[in-house]
Design a protein around this ligand. Sequence first.
Ligand code: ADP
Length: 318
Amino acid sequence: LVPMATTEGCLVASTNRGCKAIHLSGGASSVLLKDGMTRAPVVRFATAKRAAYLKMYLEDPLNFESLSLVFNKSSRFAKLQSVKCSIAGKNLYLRFCCSTGDAMGMNMVSKGVQNVLDFLQNDFSDMDVIGISGNFCSDKKPAAVNWIEGRGKSVVCEAIIKGEVVKKVLKTSVESLVELNMLKNLTGSAMAGALGGFNAHASNIVSAVYIATGQDPAQNIESSHCITMMEAVNDGLDLHVSVTMPSIEVGTVGGGTQLASQAACLNLLGVKGASKETPGANARLLATIVAGSVLAGELSLMSALAAGQLVKSHMKYN
Ligand code: ADP
């Protein structure tokens, strides 16, 4: 059971159909590729040379240990992973990335960044902190940095859907799905100049699951970045389908996860609160559930489109 809160007609029925197709084919599996929340302040110097000097200092592996010591004081769950800097003239954008246990982590990473900025002020007293967020993070805006580098949890999820299930449950064929995916999700999105939007409707499922489980729904922007791939396998009989989502931002502690209904939904999934055994395991599992649900949503909507049933089903079930 995956809880969804939505006003989108047919969404629950459609995702449910995708889940049924996955279930009848033996399930889906996910791999979590990366787990790190980011925050990027913008600081200014009098010259580009000084800004470049701080960039080199922050990116020098020899300084990583002392920076982590300062950063990680923000929480016992915060672990600095990397600092990547980008320069615009004499302004410097410092993208800090850290693991945050079971929290989505924006508060935690911001506190760690504040610690480092205070620490840097000792040796870089000419550094002017313009803003603790300089948009290179990048939170709640479409941005290539999240699509390429990832933000939050990066997950790939796959399933092999049996040909007979494609026919009986999804009412279409492997061949039609593969062709539609190529022309719509890949070529069509390329024609539109898409950024992370190489999918049919990942954001429908992401938003619905986020609202139900107390996530920040505004983060659906980058959390919905997704490329959906479809390929015929087993001599063209079955369908290999996958979703790759680099920026799923979820937590099972903090924020809206404590509200009664949302906490109940997290309980239903068995991921409520802090994981006792492995900090972060609940949030990571939730991210894979989001990806699995998106996989189901993609399968069902793509099938409705391939079979030409989208308008009919909306008229019937809305
Ligand atoms: P966010 O950083 O996502 O905005 P909050 O600051 O609201 O989250 O919540 C994180 C808080 O929860 C921190 O104070 C942290 O110490 C506490 N916490 C307790 N257990 C955990 C855990 N397993 N993982 C992460 N944070 C935890």
